[in-house]
Design a protein around this ligand. Structure first.
Ligand SMILES: NC(=O)C1=CN([C@@H]2O[C@H](COP(=O)(O)OP(=O)(O)OC[C@H]3O[C@@H](n4cnc5c(N)ncnc54)[C@H](OP(=O)(O)O)[C@@H]3O)[C@@H](O)[C@H]2O)C=CC1
Ligand SMILES: O=C1O[C@H](COP(=O)(O)O)[C@@H](O)[C@H](O)[C@H]1O
Length: 490
């Protein structure tokens, strides 16, 4: 729900950077194509570039990330402005104020190194650029609980919480929003999602690639800071939170924050840290680095609804597949008059690639007698995200809708949960292409084994020039049932 006026300028700090190139120009072109980006886009960086250099960079970015839509690109080019200057120099912000002209509600997007968030915020205030403005801040938001609190304080000296939009691009994923919708738009699942019926929950975020040339960044971060503190805990919150009291942004964020408040702080015994054996060969990685590229953790949610249900989360680089999936495994029926059921009921939510929801059920084996076999209902299958996460999030921020942005209390709770396991201890080695250190199995004990996701679907978005593809090849008709996939539960 929108609570702020529409932004009338987008100031893009970090327009010459890597994130801009890989994600943001494609998102901006998408917004232009939808007609939701019509305001000036002012890039600010210190590369010594001209506006034409920025336009050339934008075209190059689009050519290698999704394609140039000439009509949309022409409009985007016309909206682009560029200010070349250092963020430490007040003059940069004086020029920005002049470029903003009559804009009353600029949106300042900080796609810049986190060490500069404070500097830029303070210069925005001193130059008058913060007046009536909102700020969109990239991840990571802090390095631990203390630094996140300090950063919140710095930002709040200039921007009230209602004007702060903290990006967690997982919240912009169609599949993550679908998870929330599925829970509360159906009578079917919600009554079952509690300790009476759920045996355990597993979430795996597997990536078949490594640190992808971002060794310097990863050395400062590691898997827990990179994706557990933010993406994984947001998924936990949306999957397990109570129903929001109304559709407004604060109600949804209140429920998510409340759930995070009930997650017990991790201790070293709850976590297994791993490091892929080729990590030290990555440029920017220190010899002897103990940064983890894999982490498995058992979370406990101390709430009336979830007490005693293990929530096991595993993330890692250079695992066998690229897939993020949630599995909710249900308890066995109280009586089994026809003998033990072939498999536990389970709800699988594939969050990436694409969107997929499946349900493992037991059906009668055809023929004589009453024995069963496992089957899988495919409830929903969609091969692409509909809207790329950054397009969705930047569009929402421009419109003044903060629902899909992490609030101060959510971010601080998430840091509180992981704070005691951030100190690097020697990680266990694992070979690229494997599912990580064997010790992660011991973490689950009798609740194991880990469920290795088998990615199904996914793929590039349909060509914008052929919108018919949206409803056909890209979104195949759901299968009704199929035999239980062999990989699930292995
Ligand atoms: N890259 C990625 O895949 C992801 C990045 N992020 C986050 O996005 C943010 C940006 O990351 P990324 O794009 O990789 O970083 P880069 O280092 O590639 O880009 C940094 C940008 O900031 C500008 N900049 C840095 N210092 C100054 C300064 N003193 N004055 C003016 N401009 C300056 C650079 O300008 P210039 O080029 O002119 O020096 C450049 O535009 C970070 O918070 C990162 O954590 C989040 C998710 C993924
Ligand atoms: O934030 C990050 O997310 C990506 C994974 O995002 P996805 O949308 O491709 O699933 C991860 O690779 C990266 O390390 C991390 O910084």
């Amino acid at each position: 729900m929108v609570t702020a006026p529409r932004a009338d300028a987008l100031v893009f700090f970090g327009a010459t950077g890597d994130l801009a190139y890989k994600q943001i120009f494609p998102a901006l072109q998408g917004l232009v194509r939808r007609g939701t980006l019509t305001v000036p886009v002012i890039g600010v960086a210190k590369s010594g570039w001209t506006l034409d250099d920025l336009r050339a960079r934008a075209r190059d970015s689009l050519a290698s990330h999704g394609g140039v839509d000439e009509a949309a690109f022409a409009t985007l080019s016309g909206l682009l402005r560029y200010i070349d200057g250092d963020y430490a120099d007040p003059e940069t912000f004086t020029r920005l104020r002049a470029e903003l002209g009559a804009a009353e509600h600029p949106m300042h997007y900080l796609a810049i190194p986190p060490s500069l968030f404070g500097t830029v915020t303070q210069h925005l205030a001193a130059s008058g650029c913060a007046q009536g403005a909102r700020i969109v801040v990239e991840k990571p938001f802090g390095h631990d609980l203390a630094s996140a609190r300090a950063l919140n304080e710095t930002i709040h000296q200039v921007f009230p919480e209602s004007s702060v939009y903290r990006i967690d691009h997982y919240l912009g994923k169609e599949a993550v929003q679908n998870m929330l919708y599925l829970r509360f738009a159906n009578r079917l699942f919600e009554p079952l999602l509690n300790r009476e019926h759920v045996q355990g929950i597993q979430i795996t975020m597997a990536e078949a690639f490594g640190v992808a040339g971002r060794g310097h960044f990863y050395e400062e971060t590691g898997a827990i800071r990179d994706v557990v503190q933010n993406h994984m805990l947001q998924v936990v919150a949306l999957l397990m939170m109570e129903a929001p009291s109304h559709p407004g942004q604060e109600a949804i964020r209140d429920s998510a924050a409340q759930l995070l408040k009930s997650v017990r702080s991790l201790t070293p015994q709850d976590v297994v840290r791993g490091q892929m054996t080729d990590y030290h060969a990555e440029p920017g990685v220190a010899p002897g680095s103990t940064v983890e590229t894999y982490a498995a953790a058992r979370f406990h949610v101390d709430s009336w609804r979830w007490a005693g249900v293990p929530v096991d989360v595993r993330v890692g680089k250079e695992l066998p597949v690229t897939c993020t999936a949630v599995t909710v495994t249900f308890r066995a029926p109280p009586l089994t008059p026809f003998g033990p059921a072939p498999a536990a009921n389970a709800l699988h939510l594939q969050l990436t690639p694409g969107v997929q929801v499946t349900l493992d059920v037991n059906t009668k084996r055809p023929g004589a007698g009453l024995s069963g076999e496992a089957a899988q209902l495919v409830l929903h299958q969609q091969a692409w995200d509909g809207m790329a996460p950054y397009e969705r999030l930047l569009g929402d921020a421009l419109a003044g809708d903060a629902t899909l942005f992490a609030r101060e209390d959510e971010v601080e709770e998430a840091w509180r949960i992981v704070d005691a396991v951030l100190t690097p201890t020697p990680p266990l080695p694992y070979a690229p292409g494997t599912w990580g250190p064997a010790a992660a199995d011991a973490l689950l004990g009798a609740d194991g084994p880990w469920i290795n996701p088998v990615p199904d679907g996914g793929g590039p978005p349909p060509d914008p020039a052929t919108p018919a593809a949206h409803g056909s090849a890209a979104n195949p008709a759901p299968r009704v049932t199929q035999a239980l996939a062999g990989g699930v539960g292995e």
